[in-house]
Design a binder for this molecule. Sequence first.
Ligand SMILES: *Cc1c(COP(=O)(O)O)cnc(C)c1O
Length: 498
Amino acid sequence: MSGSVLDQDRSMPIPSQSNLEYIQELERRARILEPTPAIWDELITKVTAYARHHVAYVNRTPAYVMPEDKGADLLASPISEEGITVDQALSLLHKNVDHVGCNPGSPRYLGYIPSGGLVYSAFGDFLAAISNRYAGVFDASPGAVRMENMLIRWMADVAGYPSGAGGYLSSGGSLANLSAIVAAREDHGILADDARRIVVYVTEHTHHCVDKALRIVGLRHCQQRKVGVDRQLRMSPELLEAAIEADLAAGLRPWLIVGSAGTTNTGTVDPLRHLHEIARAHGLWFHIDGAYGAFFALCPEGESVLDGMGLSDSLVLDPHKTLFLPFGTGALLVRDRKKLGDSHGGLGTYMMDLHTDPDEPSPAYLSPELTKHFRGLRMWLPLKLLGVAPFRATLSEKIRLARYFYEEIQKVSGIQVGPYPDLSIVTFRFVPKHGDPNDFNLRLLRRTRQEGRIFITSTVINGKVILRMAVGCFRTHLEDIDLALRILKETAESFDLA
Ligand SMILES: *Cc1c(COP(=O)(O)O)cnc(C)c1O
């Protein structure tokens, strides 16, 4: 089928006849918003063909590519009164979006925190968008709310939370961390005036979204203690204890400990059980940011590392990272559901016809959002169709691939490695015989990026530029790690490391 999807004539002048005729004319135009059966067929055929091609070639397209114009050709097709064809739209997408920049669906995308883009989730999203169920209040769509609550309960079980726990599916980890901080603030009765006296305990490796959240919630002036870390880069319980004692002695008000269940920098897991004991002894809120790492509790390798995770007051998980969902799904769990409701509830008179159910809490009363994406379906569909077992295996595989890389990269001459990986991130750096190692590693990183077959990123620890490789895409397998090892070795050698 060729021509525009919307090939009805929309340029017809508005008639000056009666109001009824005018309404009928408008109706004719409004009906364009509903595809005809022929257009359905065209959309399904062409869009799925495009998607299948994308996935079939995701192994062979670069993990990173930056064309000269950075996809700016998209601007040549502005939003306008006239529609374009499906073919034209897909071609714009292909050229200017899907092949520009990072390719997070690539098995050789090993930068930041990789994720997925599970095809099964895409079908869930498709159905959620079509039915457009409102998953905010139980009465409006008991099925959609129940489904999201089932997922919250499943994650609470994975985390080791008690039955009184609650939470919601957020758009990502940053928003979930923000909500946790709001719940902790309200629970401790902290007011704006208290800001300068309250103390939050983090480490230099705590994700920056925690600092951002503190600013957003009006606590910019709170004391943020960067507690020292041990050789493994884990928050030191001794230094934490000492900092709390010193703050108490100084008349400050220790409030919140943020532990990381997998830092973004190095994947390091803080000593969670120990941090919990300190929080309990001093009556502090213990929050864990597990946006990267919490789902590793699904596999035996991760479960032992994450010991104590279920003891926290709140926990963030990011299904769009280590459950391989497409971007746009995070999760917050709060040990005592009531504390989330107390800090996030709210009601308008225009909502008085909607009833709630004590057994099925409504996301609208536990989260900052009211109208929201029905996120549950993109998570429920893959878990139901595939079962949990393949997710456990995939997470085990990621940890084992990181350990394998950690062992193998040490065979390359001139390599220094960071701590043994707790989860699936490995840190390392090349130390050349001559010249500045920081320069060398940045140059090497740039070269791998220009070449595009693998995508890794860097960070700075103790003033040193460190390279980091994060295994996290569900598509990443042994052959991809072997390729990464080969590329890193060859690139370093081409720089005359010796
Ligand atoms: C990614 C990440 C975040 C932020 O989550 P988003 O989903 O990107 O908003 C927070 N904490 C950690 C440890 C992360 O890895």
